[in-house]
Write a protein that binds this ligand. Structure first.
Ligand code: FES
Length: 315
């Protein structure tokens, strides 16, 4: 793995798409094209104090001239959204990473069902743009308290047309996973939004007979498991045979770096996917919110995940 390119991009436009969501267009001040990306990708936005936040790209993946992101001001957040709202006006600069995609469209799917809640609309709008451009079969379910509080609603309406179904609480309509229908062969569902919506989609569809690998979701909130008590374990490096002790009060990533292994990282909260590495044998305790189920038998996020007793890393 290599570290991600960090670019200094200029804010070309900044529009309040709802009272609490700022929609930004970002361009390179000197280059006409930005690194390519695919629908579902996110970028890291670096804050002045060095912290990073992840934001999904919501523009058109075919348009290399600009990136678009939308940032919700989080009253109870960690300070990044407030800084962005106060600072990122047209002409300002932002340090933004090259895109990474942990939430891609399944290339083998015949039909795609997109379920967006609130600011979770961002990656799904990019997906809808890509699916519309390729003529693919899809439907878009948009959940929000009201039309006025639905970020990017005008763009979603333009892109999706009759494929859009809105679930606005103000109109007494609450999303029901039954609206997605039965698990027909080749149909994949994608959800992004508040955890309760994603849990309702994930658990509701699996309970209705959908295979878990056809229900995709993206979380940008760290896993909350206050009851988790970290325990020490051993990490063996497969390529060298070196064995490292990981004490209860340090992360595996921290111990690997202390031993001179140069692993990339970004969020260090288990949400961005930057530190992903492979492992073989060992009972891994996955504590991230990003790795899909299908990869958990051989990949892990050492910034937050640990092991019971021992793990052998493919490093
Ligand atoms: S650094 Fe973001 S998941 Fe580990």
């Amino acid at each position: 793995m290599t570290a991600r390119l960090i670019m200094k991009l200029r804010v070309a436009d900044a529009v309040a798409t709802t009272p609490e969501v700022l929609h930004l267009g970002l361009v390179h001040p000197a280059r006409p094209e930005l690194p390519a990306w695919t629908a579902g990708a996110h970028v890291d936005l670096r804050l002045p104090d060095g912290r990073v936040r992840q934001y999904s790209l919501c523009g058109d993946p075919a348009d290399r001239s600009r990136y678009e992101i939308a940032i919700k001001r989080e009253a109870a957040g960690r300070g990044g959204s407030a800084w962005a709202h106060e600072t990122l006006a047209p002409g300002a600069f932002a340090h933004v990473s090259a895109p990474r995609n942990n939430f891609p469209l399944d290339p083998g799917a015949r039909r795609h069902l997109l379920v967006a809640g609130g600011i979770g609309v961002t990656p799904l709008l990019a997906m809808a743009r890509a699916l519309s451009a390729s003529g693919a079969d899809y439907a878009f379910h948009l959940c929000a308290p009201s039309p006025e509080r639905a970020p990017l609603l005008a763009a979603v309406r333009t892109v999706c047309g009759p494929r859009l179904r809105c679930w606005f609480g103000s109109e007494g309509r609450r999303f029901d996973p039954d609206a997605l229908g039965p698990a027909e062969t080749g149909t994949h569902a994608y959800a992004c939004g508040p955890r309760r919506l994603m849990d309702a989609v994930q658990e509701g569809l699996v309970a209705r007979g959908w295979p878990a690998e056809r229900v995709h979701s993206e979380h940008f909130e760290p896993l909350r498991d206050e009851g988790f008590v970290p325990e020490p374990f051993e990490a063996r490096i497969a390529s060298t045979g070196q064995v490292l002790h990981v004490p209860a009060d340090r992360s595996l990533l921290d111990v690997l770096r202390g031993a001179g292994l140069d692993l990339p990282s970004s969020c260090e909260l288990g949400v961005c996917g930057a530190c992903e590495c492979g492992y073989r044998d060992g009972a891994v305790l996955h504590r991230d919110a990003v790795l899909p189920l299908a990869k958990r038998g051989s990949r892990m996020m050492p910034c937050v995940s640990r092991a019971r007793d021992a793990v052998t890393l493919e490093l």
